[in-house]
Design a protein around this ligand. Structure first.
Ligand SMILES: [Zn+2]
Length: 338
């Protein structure tokens, strides 16, 4: 082989080796793991666990409705380039299938809610008046044996329209502790050199979540028991209610998604329940159109109270972190019901 041909070949070989080295670690950037979180809430928690060891981007802007959000091509290419993609799961992200397709490697998509005991959809309004006592008796059983509860209580077709399981797990800080542990494990598995730091970050934040849980219990104690009844614009507060001793009377949009349309009959039944049970307020999240909820508030003469449900506020708002989000909501709920 002549020298003339040999040198370009060597250079070409070196370039192709360099190129394939890059291709093997698509996310690598200053040695940091590239992490994509779907929602603002997951993003905030991931930032606490990953600290400055990760390069984090959050797919949804503050205030976007995760139930109806559609990622742009740029979002999907970020997913392709990421080392780790953190998703809520429980059918919260409607685009999850598309996200996994674009991830290239399904193993890098981590469902942070995995391991959380989910709340199943139970037909609300009618049962409520007739079977209130029975529901209470069965509550523990249902939690203990979810499959059994599904068979007995969930009209499957109907439940599917409304979302079968409640995805809004973050409304109980104890579920966010599950997220934190999932994140610490996932980050450590991909960056074992920094595992001790991820664990330490996780433990610091878990202590803050436990403090938050205690604070919420103290705040809720100000609300007379008879007033601990929640109506929302869609079913967002199930885990909060289960943890802190509230009863979910119903939602303007029945079920756990914003995508369903309430029927006139469902709205009339909810208004009846609000009057019968002397419910004080309807809480409306920051990711929805408040029209139906404000109509209910008008018809029944109760307060319409804004809270944060499926997204943090923008950075300069009052709920820019998960901890502030929960404090804002608890103060709003206590203020309206006490
Ligand atoms: Zn929601």
């Amino acid at each position: 082989m002549s020298k003339r041909l040999f040198f370009p070949l060597v250079i070409l070989t070196i370039f192709s080796m360099l190129f394939s080295a890059c291709a093997q670690t698509p996310g690598a950037s200053n040695g940091k793991l590239i992490v994509v979180a779907t929602t603002t809430l997951i993003g905030d928690v991931a930032a606490k666990v990953g600290g400055d060891l990760i390069e984090l981007s959050v797919m949804m802007p503050a205030g976007a409705d995760p139930h109806s959000f559609e990622p742009a091509p740029a979002d999907l290419s970020k997913v392709a380039d990421a080392d780790l993609v953190l998703v809520n799961g429980i059918e919260f992200e409607g685009f999850l299938e598309k996200l996994i397709e674009n991830a290239g490697d399904e193993a890098k998509v981590v469902t942070v809610s995995e391991g959380i005991e989910t709340i199943a959809f139970v037909e609300g309004a009618d049962e409520h008046a007739d079977e209130e006592h029975a529901d209470e008796e069965h509550a523990d059983e249902e939690h203990a044996d979810e499959e059994h509860a599904d068979e007995e209580h969930v009209d499957e077709e109907h439940a599917h329209d409304h979302g079968e399981f409640d995805p809004h797990v973050w409304q109980d800080p104890n579920n966010v502790i599950v997220w934190v542990n999932q994140m610490a494990d996932a980050l450590s598995a991909r960056d074992s050199a920094n595992a001790a730091t991820y664990r330490a970050n996780a433990d610091v934040y878990i202590a803050e979540l436990q403090t938050l849980d205690t604070w919420i219990k103290e705040q809720v104690a100000q609300i007379p028991e008879a007033n601990r009844r929640l109506v929302t614009e869609h079913g967002t507060l199930g885990y909060f209610a289960a943890r802190y001793g509230f009863e979910v009377v119903g939602a303007a949009i029945p079920g756990f998604s914003t995508l369903a349309e309430p029927s006139a009959q469902e709205l009339a039944e909810l208004a009846d329940d609000i009057r019968d049970l002397d419910v004080k307020a309807i809480f409306v999240g920051n990711t929805v159109n408040a029209n139906v909820a404000s109509q209910i508030a008008q018809d029944t003469g109760i307060q319409l109270v804004p809270i944060y449900t499926d997204s943090l506020s923008p950075a300069d708002g009052p709920a820019a972190s998960y901890l502030d989000f929960m404090k804002f909501n608890v103060e709003a709920i206590v203020g309206a019901l006490k």
